[in-house]
Design a binder for this molecule. Structure first.
Ligand code: ADE
Ligand code: ZN
Length: 338
């Protein structure tokens, strides 16, 4: 249903390409490449999307990505899923999409050279952006639970395209069991090479992880970060720096960060003066759109319309676009949201 939340011109800062595949497309790929997964939508959905009757844990959530790695079988597949992810964002009235992708995941099944994978996603995303009338930039993502040597390769490939289609580097993955220390040097060098930095933290680990992201990794934005509220001292650091938090309400519920959608501390973060943005994380795995997340913030958590609009502008302000392009985006949205 196209409604008020759809009609808002939106900005998405935290969306994983690998969590954005259409189920129908996955079925096509499974058939074409004889992937041994159940070939009907319900059964495949159980493997790659969060179901209401399964445990809402990060282990279960991360397992979906492991299954999805079987799908990246050809350059055409990677082109198609990238294009469709951009199309889906544009159809949801997202005007600026900062989409993250995981070169290690995309290259793994067929051992594609990572530089080629990065090039394919850059080309497809920019072609789709022109086709669907949306601005798209990319963030290269690396996982905490994978070899830092791979992360280093990804960082260099991304840095080659810094300030062009790739604007940032992200640390994702299993935060509960892996800290960020092995990545400190890589993140320092990436920043020096012109990449902007965002780190998943305070999601499956506590406020100490947010402190590590801010202080040791020099993260300019925090993915999720909701557990920052466990420490006043870390809240104070983030508030002072005006660090944007990429808050993904439904994802937090589905990975067990919060026990219910209604108990999500989004409004607490807001009231503490933190710089919050609303994002989806993995729209296909969670079966949501960004409009749904704005609806949830409004109808489920009580965020007023003016604050919803402020969130959109805060997102635009927090984007990793170069200053002039960023200010143009903010101005354009300010006019539309008046
Ligand atoms: N990769 C994809 N979604 C993620 C999340 N919510 N946390 C950490 N890594 C992820
Ligand atoms: Zn994420």
């Amino acid at each position: 249903m196209k409604d008020f939340f759809h009609s808002l011109p939106k900005v998405e800062l935290h969306r994983h390409l690998e969590g954005s595949l259409r189920l129908e497309t996955m079925l096509d790929i499974a058939r074409a490449h004889q992937i041994t997964v159940p070939i009907n939508t319900t059964r495949l959905g159980q493997l790659v999307q969060v179901q209401n009757d399964e445990p809402f844990t990060y282990q279960n959530f991360l397992a979906k990505f492991a299954t999805l790695r079987m799908f990246y079988r050809s350059p055409e597949v990677i082109h198609r899923v990238t294009r469709e992810a951009v199309e889906d964002a544009a159809r949801d009235n997202v005007r600026y999409l900062e989409m993250r992708f995981t070169p290690v995941a995309l290259s793994r099944a067929e051992r594609f050279p990572m530089d080629e994978v990065v090039e394919w996603v850059c080309e497809s995303s920019q072609a789709a952006a022109r086709e669907f009338g949306i601005i798209v930039r990319l963030i290269a993502s690396v996982n905490r639970h994978e070899d830092p040597a791979l992360a280093e390769q990804v960082a260099w490939l991304a840095a080659d395209r810094a300030r062009k289609c790739i604007v940032g580097l992200d640390l994702a993955g299993n935060e509960a069991e892996f800290d960020g220390r092995p990545f400190i040097g890589i993140f320092r060098e990436a920043r020096q090479a012109g990449l902007r930095l965002t780190v998943h933290a305070g999601e499956w680990a506590g406020a100490g992880s947010v402190r590590e992201a801010l202080v040791d990794l020099n993260a300019e934005r925090i993915g999720h970060g909701v557990r920052v509220l466990e420490s006043e001292a870390v809240v104070a650091i983030a508030r002072e720096r005006r660090t944007p938090f990429e808050v993904c309400v439904t994802s937090n519920y589905q990975t067990g960060v919060v026990p219910s959608l209604q108990s999500h501390p989004l409004m607490k973060m807001f009231d503490q003066g933190l710089n919050v943005t609303l994002d989806t994380d993995d729209p296909s795995i969670s079966q949501i759109t960004l409009s749904d997340e704005y609806r949830q913030a409004s109808e489920g958590l009580g965020m007023g319309v003016e604050d919803l609009k402020r969130c959109i502008l805060a997102s635009a302000q927090a984007s990793f676009l170069p200053d002039e392009e960023r200010m143009n985006l903010v101005e354009k949205l300010e006019k539309e949201l008046k």
